[in-house]
Design a protein around this ligand. Structure first.
Ligand code: GUN
Length: 288
Protein backbone atom coordinates (compact mmCIF):
# COMPACT_ATOMS: atom_id res chain seq x y z
CA UNK A 1 0.00 0.00 0.00
CA UNK A 2 1.23 3.50 -0.78
CA UNK A 3 -0.12 6.46 1.18
CA UNK A 4 -1.98 9.36 -0.41
CA UNK A 5 0.09 12.51 -0.30
CA UNK A 6 -1.42 15.56 1.40
CA UNK A 7 0.30 18.36 -0.50
CA UNK A 8 0.68 21.48 1.62
CA UNK A 9 1.96 23.24 -1.46
CA UNK A 10 -1.26 22.64 -3.41
CA UNK A 11 -3.62 23.21 -0.48
CA UNK A 12 -1.84 26.43 0.46
CA UNK A 13 -2.19 27.73 -3.10
CA UNK A 14 -5.95 27.20 -2.95
CA UNK A 15 -6.24 28.91 0.45
CA UNK A 16 -3.97 31.77 -0.68
CA UNK A 17 -6.17 32.37 -3.74
CA UNK A 18 -9.13 32.80 -1.37
CA UNK A 19 -7.10 35.07 0.95
CA UNK A 20 -6.03 37.17 -2.03
CA UNK A 21 -9.69 37.71 -3.05
CA UNK A 22 -10.61 38.79 0.48
CA UNK A 23 -7.54 41.05 0.70
CA UNK A 24 -8.59 42.78 -2.53
CA UNK A 25 -12.12 43.32 -1.21
CA UNK A 26 -10.79 44.71 2.07
CA UNK A 27 -8.32 46.96 0.22
CA UNK A 28 -11.27 48.52 -1.64
CA UNK A 29 -13.40 49.26 1.40
CA UNK A 30 -10.68 49.83 4.06
CA UNK A 31 -7.03 49.22 3.18
CA UNK A 32 -4.74 46.25 2.53
CA UNK A 33 -3.78 44.26 5.65
CA UNK A 34 -0.30 44.95 6.99
CA UNK A 35 2.07 42.57 8.80
CA UNK A 36 5.16 43.77 10.68
CA UNK A 37 7.90 41.15 10.98
CA UNK A 38 10.79 41.59 13.41
CA UNK A 39 13.98 39.57 13.04
CA UNK A 40 16.67 39.89 15.70
CA UNK A 41 20.13 38.55 14.85
CA UNK A 42 21.60 36.56 12.00
CA UNK A 43 20.19 33.04 12.45
CA UNK A 44 20.29 31.56 8.94
CA UNK A 45 17.12 29.45 9.18
CA UNK A 46 15.20 32.41 10.65
CA UNK A 47 16.37 34.63 7.78
CA UNK A 48 14.96 32.12 5.28
CA UNK A 49 11.65 31.79 7.16
CA UNK A 50 11.25 35.56 7.43
CA UNK A 51 12.07 36.06 3.75
CA UNK A 52 9.44 33.46 2.84
CA UNK A 53 6.84 35.13 5.06
CA UNK A 54 7.45 38.56 3.52
CA UNK A 55 7.34 37.07 0.01
CA UNK A 56 4.07 35.26 0.78
CA UNK A 57 2.54 38.55 1.98
CA UNK A 58 3.46 40.22 -1.31
CA UNK A 59 1.93 37.32 -3.25
CA UNK A 60 -1.41 37.84 -1.50
CA UNK A 61 -1.53 41.63 -1.61
CA UNK A 62 -0.70 41.99 2.10
CA UNK A 63 1.65 44.85 2.94
CA UNK A 64 4.66 43.88 5.04
CA UNK A 65 7.23 45.74 7.08
CA UNK A 66 10.49 43.95 7.84
CA UNK A 67 12.44 45.27 10.83
CA UNK A 68 15.88 43.69 11.14
CA UNK A 69 17.65 44.31 14.43
CA UNK A 70 21.22 43.35 15.32
CA UNK A 71 21.95 40.32 17.54
CA UNK A 72 23.08 42.54 20.44
CA UNK A 73 19.84 44.61 20.52
CA UNK A 74 18.89 45.19 24.19
CA UNK A 75 15.57 43.73 25.29
CA UNK A 76 14.13 47.20 26.09
CA UNK A 77 14.78 48.39 22.55
CA UNK A 78 12.91 45.40 21.12
CA UNK A 79 10.04 45.93 23.58
CA UNK A 80 9.89 49.63 22.56
CA UNK A 81 9.82 48.71 18.88
CA UNK A 82 6.90 46.34 19.53
CA UNK A 83 5.09 49.08 21.46
CA UNK A 84 5.57 51.43 18.52
CA UNK A 85 4.01 48.81 16.20
CA UNK A 86 1.21 48.19 18.73
CA UNK A 87 0.32 51.90 18.55
CA UNK A 88 0.59 52.13 14.77
CA UNK A 89 -2.94 51.95 13.33
CA UNK A 90 -1.67 50.98 9.89
CA UNK A 91 -0.26 47.68 11.26
CA UNK A 92 -2.62 44.73 11.81
CA UNK A 93 -0.26 41.90 12.73
CA UNK A 94 3.10 41.72 14.52
CA UNK A 95 5.41 38.71 14.34
CA UNK A 96 8.72 38.44 16.18
CA UNK A 97 10.66 35.53 14.67
CA UNK A 98 11.78 32.95 17.25
CA UNK A 99 14.22 31.91 18.58
CA UNK A 100 15.53 35.16 20.02
CA UNK A 101 19.10 35.78 21.23
CA UNK A 102 19.63 34.36 24.74
CA UNK A 103 19.70 37.74 26.53
CA UNK A 104 16.09 38.46 25.46
CA UNK A 105 13.10 36.90 27.25
CA UNK A 106 10.80 35.29 24.68
CA UNK A 107 7.83 35.30 27.04
CA UNK A 108 8.25 39.05 27.78
CA UNK A 109 8.44 39.76 24.06
CA UNK A 110 5.38 37.65 23.25
CA UNK A 111 3.35 39.34 26.01
CA UNK A 112 4.40 42.78 24.76
CA UNK A 113 2.60 42.19 21.45
CA UNK A 114 -0.98 43.48 21.51
CA UNK A 115 -3.35 40.46 21.68
CA UNK A 116 -5.26 41.89 18.70
CA UNK A 117 -2.04 41.90 16.63
CA UNK A 118 -0.66 38.56 17.88
CA UNK A 119 -1.08 36.75 14.55
CA UNK A 120 1.26 33.96 15.74
CA UNK A 121 -1.29 33.13 18.45
CA UNK A 122 1.47 32.76 21.06
CA UNK A 123 0.22 35.16 23.77
CA UNK A 124 -1.22 33.82 27.03
CA UNK A 125 -4.59 35.29 26.10
CA UNK A 126 -4.73 33.65 22.67
CA UNK A 127 -3.51 30.31 24.09
CA UNK A 128 -6.12 30.63 26.85
CA UNK A 129 -8.79 31.34 24.23
CA UNK A 130 -7.80 28.19 22.33
CA UNK A 131 -7.83 26.20 25.56
CA UNK A 132 -11.35 27.33 26.47
CA UNK A 133 -12.89 27.32 22.97
CA UNK A 134 -13.10 31.11 22.73
CA UNK A 135 -12.30 33.09 19.56
CA UNK A 136 -8.67 34.18 19.14
CA UNK A 137 -5.67 33.76 16.88
CA UNK A 138 -4.49 30.18 16.54
CA UNK A 139 -0.80 29.19 16.28
CA UNK A 140 -0.06 28.91 12.55
CA UNK A 141 1.62 25.48 12.31
CA UNK A 142 -1.06 23.44 14.14
CA UNK A 143 -3.76 25.56 12.46
CA UNK A 144 -2.25 24.59 9.09
CA UNK A 145 -2.14 20.93 10.13
CA UNK A 146 -5.86 21.10 10.98
CA UNK A 147 -6.55 22.43 7.46
CA UNK A 148 -4.55 19.51 6.02
CA UNK A 149 -6.56 17.03 8.10
CA UNK A 150 -9.78 18.76 7.01
CA UNK A 151 -8.73 18.29 3.37
CA UNK A 152 -8.92 14.50 3.79
CA UNK A 153 -12.62 14.84 4.81
CA UNK A 154 -12.00 12.23 7.53
CA UNK A 155 -14.07 12.78 10.68
CA UNK A 156 -11.68 13.07 13.65
CA UNK A 157 -14.34 12.24 16.27
CA UNK A 158 -13.17 9.37 18.46
CA UNK A 159 -9.92 8.94 16.53
CA UNK A 160 -6.72 8.44 18.51
CA UNK A 161 -4.24 11.22 17.71
CA UNK A 162 -0.63 10.90 18.86
CA UNK A 163 1.46 14.05 18.87
CA UNK A 164 5.18 13.52 19.27
CA UNK A 165 6.59 16.74 20.75
CA UNK A 166 5.28 19.06 23.48
CA UNK A 167 6.46 22.52 22.36
CA UNK A 168 4.39 25.64 22.99
CA UNK A 169 4.48 26.44 19.27
CA UNK A 170 3.33 23.06 17.91
CA UNK A 171 2.70 20.14 20.28
CA UNK A 172 0.52 21.75 22.94
CA UNK A 173 -1.72 23.89 20.66
CA UNK A 174 -1.96 20.92 18.26
CA UNK A 175 -3.38 18.81 21.10
CA UNK A 176 -6.00 21.46 21.92
CA UNK A 177 -7.09 21.80 18.28
CA UNK A 178 -7.44 18.03 17.87
CA UNK A 179 -9.34 17.83 21.15
CA UNK A 180 -11.72 20.48 19.87
CA UNK A 181 -12.49 18.12 16.96
CA UNK A 182 -13.27 15.31 19.44
CA UNK A 183 -10.10 13.28 18.89
CA UNK A 184 -8.63 11.33 21.82
CA UNK A 185 -5.23 12.92 22.17
CA UNK A 186 -1.91 11.61 23.46
CA UNK A 187 1.14 13.86 23.70
CA UNK A 188 4.43 11.96 23.64
CA UNK A 189 7.83 13.49 24.41
CA UNK A 190 11.43 12.57 25.11
CA UNK A 191 10.53 10.86 28.40
CA UNK A 192 7.68 8.79 26.97
CA UNK A 193 8.07 5.02 27.20
CA UNK A 194 6.73 2.59 24.56
CA UNK A 195 6.51 5.25 21.85
CA UNK A 196 6.32 2.68 19.05
CA UNK A 197 3.39 0.98 20.77
CA UNK A 198 1.55 4.30 21.13
CA UNK A 199 2.29 5.03 17.48
CA UNK A 200 0.86 1.71 16.33
CA UNK A 201 -2.40 2.59 18.12
CA UNK A 202 -2.70 6.07 16.56
CA UNK A 203 -5.10 6.87 13.71
CA UNK A 204 -3.39 10.24 13.38
CA UNK A 205 0.29 10.75 14.09
CA UNK A 206 1.79 14.24 14.20
CA UNK A 207 5.59 14.28 14.37
CA UNK A 208 7.12 17.48 15.77
CA UNK A 209 10.34 16.18 17.26
CA UNK A 210 13.09 17.94 15.31
CA UNK A 211 15.01 14.73 14.56
CA UNK A 212 15.60 13.64 10.97
CA UNK A 213 13.69 10.48 9.93
CA UNK A 214 12.79 9.70 13.57
CA UNK A 215 9.41 8.04 12.87
CA UNK A 216 9.88 4.58 11.34
CA UNK A 217 7.29 2.24 9.86
CA UNK A 218 7.13 0.06 12.98
CA UNK A 219 5.71 3.11 14.84
CA UNK A 220 2.81 3.61 12.44
CA UNK A 221 -0.63 1.96 12.31
CA UNK A 222 -1.55 0.73 8.81
CA UNK A 223 -3.77 3.34 7.13
CA UNK A 224 -2.96 6.13 9.64
CA UNK A 225 -2.71 9.81 8.72
CA UNK A 226 0.91 10.84 9.26
CA UNK A 227 1.69 14.54 9.49
CA UNK A 228 5.34 15.59 9.44
CA UNK A 229 6.07 18.97 11.05
CA UNK A 230 9.85 18.52 11.07
CA UNK A 231 12.30 20.40 8.87
CA UNK A 232 15.78 18.91 9.20
CA UNK A 233 18.90 18.40 7.12
CA UNK A 234 19.56 14.73 6.50
CA UNK A 235 23.04 13.21 6.40
CA UNK A 236 22.98 13.75 2.61
CA UNK A 237 22.48 17.51 3.19
CA UNK A 238 18.94 17.45 1.79
CA UNK A 239 15.87 18.77 3.62
CA UNK A 240 13.93 16.03 5.35
CA UNK A 241 11.23 15.69 7.97
CA UNK A 242 10.85 13.84 11.28
CA UNK A 243 9.24 10.94 9.43
CA UNK A 244 11.16 8.40 7.37
CA UNK A 245 9.00 9.18 4.33
CA UNK A 246 10.21 6.34 2.09
CA UNK A 247 9.36 3.56 4.53
CA UNK A 248 6.35 5.13 6.30
CA UNK A 249 4.53 5.86 3.02
CA UNK A 250 4.25 2.10 2.52
CA UNK A 251 2.24 1.75 5.76
CA UNK A 252 0.31 5.02 6.21
CA UNK A 253 -3.00 5.91 4.55
CA UNK A 254 -2.04 9.58 4.17
CA UNK A 255 1.30 11.31 4.57
CA UNK A 256 2.66 14.85 4.23
CA UNK A 257 5.94 15.41 2.37
CA UNK A 258 8.93 17.56 3.39
CA UNK A 259 9.42 19.99 1.73
CA UNK A 260 6.00 20.97 0.36
CA UNK A 261 3.96 19.74 3.33
CA UNK A 262 3.32 21.56 6.60
CA UNK A 263 5.85 24.37 5.88
CA UNK A 264 3.79 26.23 3.24
CA UNK A 265 0.66 25.79 5.38
CA UNK A 266 2.28 27.54 8.36
CA UNK A 267 2.95 30.62 6.26
CA UNK A 268 -0.53 30.52 4.73
CA UNK A 269 -2.22 30.48 8.12
CA UNK A 270 -0.11 33.48 9.13
CA UNK A 271 -1.58 35.31 6.12
CA UNK A 272 -5.05 34.12 7.12
CA UNK A 273 -4.58 35.43 10.68
CA UNK A 274 -3.26 38.77 9.37
CA UNK A 275 -6.28 39.11 7.07
CA UNK A 276 -8.60 38.36 10.00
CA UNK A 277 -6.83 40.94 12.19
CA UNK A 278 -7.35 43.57 9.49
CA UNK A 279 -10.98 42.56 8.92
CA UNK A 280 -11.71 42.91 12.64
CA UNK A 281 -10.07 46.34 12.61
CA UNK A 282 -12.15 47.38 9.62
CA UNK A 283 -15.34 46.30 11.42
CA UNK A 284 -14.30 48.18 14.56
CA UNK A 285 -13.35 51.36 12.73
CA UNK A 286 -16.07 51.56 10.10
CA UNK A 287 -18.67 48.99 11.08
CA UNK A 288 -18.08 46.54 8.20
N1 GUN B 1 10.02 30.11 14.78
C1 GUN B 1 9.67 28.87 14.33
N2 GUN B 1 8.35 28.84 14.03
C2 GUN B 1 7.87 30.07 14.29
C3 GUN B 1 6.57 30.64 14.16
O1 GUN B 1 5.58 30.02 13.76
N3 GUN B 1 6.48 31.97 14.53
C4 GUN B 1 7.55 32.67 14.99
N4 GUN B 1 7.34 33.94 15.33
N5 GUN B 1 8.75 32.16 15.12
C5 GUN B 1 8.91 30.87 14.76
Amino acid sequence: MTAKIISGKELSQAIKADINKKVNLLAKKFRAPCLAVILVGEDLASQVYVRNKVKACEGCGITSILEKLPEETPEEILLEKIEQFNNDDSIDGILVQLPLPKHISESKVIEQISVKKDVDGFSLENVGALCTGMPGFKACTPYGVMKMLESTAINLTGKHALIIGRSNIVGKPMALMLLEKNATVTIAHSKTVNLAELGRDADILVAAVGKANFVKKDMVKPGAIVIDVGINRGTDGKLCGDVDFEEVKEVAGYITPVPGGVGPMTITMLLQNTLEAAELKSIKEQGN
